[in-house]
Design a protein around this ligand. Structure first.
Ligand SMILES: *[C@@H]1O[C@H](CO)[C@@H](O)[C@H](O)[C@H]1NC(C)=O
Length: 388
């Protein structure tokens, strides 16, 4: 496979770096309300019913939740390194990754594909990353992917492709969906066979993966169709997929406050992603197969017939969620109905819940260097089995 790669320097995504002085001051001001939250967390910790969670984890969770509720998407983007910066920093800091930064920039479409690992590897993991379409790539994504690569290393080389989609508020639905399709299209048309490719999406990336699957089954009117698949993909991995823009159910009271996401944050991100799009404007058309605003964007609402044919896309699917996470019920409910739709057609599908797990537990652990929970090993082993 020949790649038209381009070595990247740091390419700042210019609009992200423009916020007003007032917004910068606002960011500092937003720190103050986190102080009582942190003190409260420390005081409550010894009495907590959840001793399995380290204090540092509890502090990160509640700090993140308070901050994300108070600041805007643009402020978040201003504070964090851009996706490309995070990628270059990560790859340069790893001694176990021999490759230099290698990025394909699809400038006219506003997305990039970042590569990790040997370009000569035949097997590929294509990652649609989390971030609510609002937040850039981070170390957690790359470390998660690299743990798949390292487990496989003794047996086979695998190269990792990470989609950098355009962020809200500059890009809204279905732009990221289109970029996800184009990225896959690019990899397929470069000569890779689906039976050498595993597709992985976490959170908002899981929603993209569901949209890509729906697009293969029911081409979305304004997005180029994918080529006929010559074989099924090796597997479809979903870690805490977003199954609707926002959240549709509320956890039981005992679990409502155990995650770093909640309804407020999911609504900020979901609304920004839908803003002005067909999904927002044509609500009554939900369900009409060829209308923008149909089930592509909101897979949770799709009837089981929508998924007819998934067995031709892949016969191996894993969906996970954490039982402390705000989206747990949504994911499990979706997983159950998706399983009912595809399992009778020969798809091996597992829907797992991680005890005491937060949103995207395995990726969150990698981001903050927590010891892996059991789910992380289950996911790594599942990927290994698919690819080997
Ligand atoms: C979400 O969490 C933040 C921070 O703890 C809180 O201020 C906000 O009220 C919560 N939102 C909802 C809907 O509970």
């Amino acid at each position: 496979m020949s790649l038209d790669s381009e070595k990247t320097g740091l390419i700042p995504n210019s609009p992200i770096h423009c916020i007003s002085t007032k917004e910068k001051v606002g960011l500092i001001a937003a720190l103050f309300p986190t102080i009582p939250v942190m003190i409260g967390t420390i005081i409550r910790y010894p009495f907590s019913k959840n001793p399995s969670s380290a204090l540092r984890k509890e502090l990160i969770k509640y700090f993140a939740r308070k901050m994300l509720c108070q600041i805007t998407i643009l402020q978040t983007q201003w504070v964090l390194p851009t996706s490309t910066e995070a990628y270059v920093t990560w790859i340069r800091s790893r001694t176990d990754v021999s490759s230099e930064p290698s990025t394909e920039n699809f400038e006219s479409e506003g997305f990039k594909i970042h590569w990790i690992g040997s370009q000569s590897a035949r097997k590929i993991i294509l990652h649609y990353p989390s971030g609510g379409y609002a937040m850039p790539l981070h170390k957690g994504h790359f470390d998660m992917l690299n743990s798949f690569r390292k487990k496989l290393e003794p047996k086979t080389d695998v190269k990792l492709a990470v989609l950098e989609y355009a962020l809200t508020p500059y890009a809204t639905y279905p732009t990221q969906f289109r970029q996800a399709v184009l990225a896959l299209n690019h990899i397929l048309s470069s000569g890779a066979s689906p039976n050498d490719i595993l597709l992985f999406g976490d959170s908002a990336g899981g929603l993209l993966l569901l949209q890509v699957i729906a697009h293969i089954l029911h081409p979305y009117p304004t997005i180029p169709p994918l080529p006929q698949l010559s074989s099924p993909f090796l597997g479809l991995l979903f870690i805490s997929p977003w199954v609707t823009f926002g959240s549709s159910s509320t956890p039981p009271t005992s679990k409502r406050n155990l995650d770093y996401l909640n309804h407020t944050i999911l609504t900020i991100w979901g609304d920004a992603a839908k803003k002005g799009s067909a999904l927002e404007l044509t609500k009554p058309n939900h369900g009409q197969l060829c209308e923008p605003g149909g089930y592509w964007g909101e897979p949770m609402k799709a009837p089981s017939e929508w998924w007819n044919g998934v067995e031709k896309i892949s016969t191996n699917i894993l969906i996970t969620s954490g039982d402390w996470e705000f989206l747990h019920n949504d994911i499990q409910e979706f997983g159950k109905s998706f399983k009912q739709a595809v399992a009778p057609r020969g798809v091996k599908i597992n829907v797992l819940g991680e005890p005491n797990g937060v949103h995207m537990g395995p990726v969150f652990e990698k981001l903050w260097d927590f010891a892996p929970n059991t789910l992380t090993d289950v996911v790594i082993d599942w990927v290994y089995e698919r690819i080997i």
